[in-house]
Design a protein around this ligand. Structure first.
Ligand code: ADP
Ligand code: MG
Length: 249
C-alpha cells in the first residue's frame, strides 16, 4: 500500500488559476473525501493527480515513484456528465475493459479475464445486469459498474468524482457500504463530494479545498467549524448552528 503525495500542484485553465500550490498526502487504506464549494477545484485536483490536465507546476508521487509509472494501480471514475453513455457497450464489456491494462499488446481477454470480470460484477451485486446496455442503467447502477471495472483493473486506489450526484438515497447507501467494504479489504478510496451531509459518517480523512488547500487530515481533526468557514465563508456557521450539517467539533 503506497501513499500518494501531491507536491506544489498548480493548475490553470487558459491562464486562470483553478488550483494553487496544493501540497497534500493521500493515505492508503482510507476513505478520503475531497470537499469544497462548486468551482473549488475538486475535479481539477483529481485530474491533476492523474495528470489528465496540463499542470503549471507540481509533482505527483506514488510511494517513491512518479505516479505516471504506477498509473495502472489507480482507477478513475469521472463525473457522470463527462461520461459518454451513447457508446454502445454492455455492462460486462465495461467491466472486462478493466482487465486490459494487464493484457499485453494485441492480447485479447481470455477465459481467465472473463471469469475475473464476472467475479468483479458479482462483488458489486450486478451479475444479472451483465448484458444490459450501459445507457439503460440507473445512475447508482452505473457507479457500481465502474467500481466493478476498477476491481477488474486490480487497482489499489479508486478515485470517484461525485459518485452520489443525482442518485437516490437508497443507491447512495448501497454504494457507500460497498466502498467501505472495499476499504476494509485494503483498497484506498478517494471521493469528490460536495454535499456536506454525511461527511463525518462517510470519510476517514478529508481534504478541504477552495482554489487551494484549506486543510486536510483525519475527519475529527479537520472537519471543524473554523475550517468549514475558511472553505465556504462565514455563512456556513449559521447552517452548522441550525444543525443542517453534522461536524466533528
Ligand atoms: P469543482 O469540481 O470543485 O466544482 P473544477 O475543478 O471543475 O471545480 O473547476 C475549478 C475551476 O476551473 C472552475 O472555475 C471551472 O470553471 C474551471 N474549469 C474547470 N475545467 C475547465 C476547463 N476545461 N476549461 C476552463 N476552465 C475550467
Ligand atoms: Mg467537479
Amino acid at each position: 500500500m503506497e501513499t500518494i503525495r501531491v507536491k506544489d500542484l498548480t493548475v490553470a485553465y487558459r491562464g486562470k488559476i483553478a488550483l494553487k500550490k496544493v501540497n497534500v498526502t493521500l493515505s492508503p487504506g482510507k476513505l478520503t473525501g475531497i470537499v469544497g464549494p462548486n468551482g473549488a477545484g475538486k475535479s481539477t485536483l483529481m485530474k491533476g493527480i492523474l495528470e489528465l490536465v496540463p499542470t503549471q507546476s507540481g509533482t505527483i508521487l506514488y510511494g517513491a515513484d512518479k505516479l505516471k509509472k504506477q498509473r495502472k494501480k489507480i482507477a478513475y471514475v469521472e463525473q457522470r456528465q463527462d461520461i459518454d453513455l451513447s457508446f454502445p457497450i454492455d455492462v460486462f464489456g465495461v467491466v472486462l475493459f478493466g482487465t486490459y491494462p494487464h493484457l499485453k499488446l494485441f492480447q485479447r481477454p481470455g477465459k481467465k479475464e472473463k471469469a475475473f470480470a464476472s467475479d468483479c460484477l458479482a462483488k458489486v451485486g450486478l451479475s444479472e445486469f451483465a448484458e444490459r446496455q450501459i445507457s439503460e442503467l440507473s445512475g447508482g447502477q452505473l457507479q457500481r459498474v465502474f467500481i466493478a471495472r476498477a476491481l477488474a483493473q486490480q487497482a489499489e486506489w479508486i478515485l470517484l468524482d461525485e459518485p452520489f450526484a443525482g442518485i437516490d438515497a437508497t443507491s447512495e447507501k448501497i454504494i457507500i457500504e460497498l466502498l467501505k467494504e472495499l476499504r476494509d479489504e485494503g483498497k484506498s478510496i478517494v471521493i469528490v463530494h460536495h454535499d456536506l451531509h454525511k461527511v463525518t459518517d462517510y470519510f476517514d480523512e478529508v481534504i478541504l479545498l477552495n482554489k487551494g488547500l484549506i486543510a486536510s487530515g483525519p475527519v475529527n481533526q479537520t472537519y471543524t467549524t473554523k475550517n468549514m468557514e475558511k472553505t465556504y465563508g462565514s455563512e456556513i456557521t449559521q447552517m452548522l448552528q441550525l444543525g443542517g450539517v453534522e461536524r466533528a467539533s
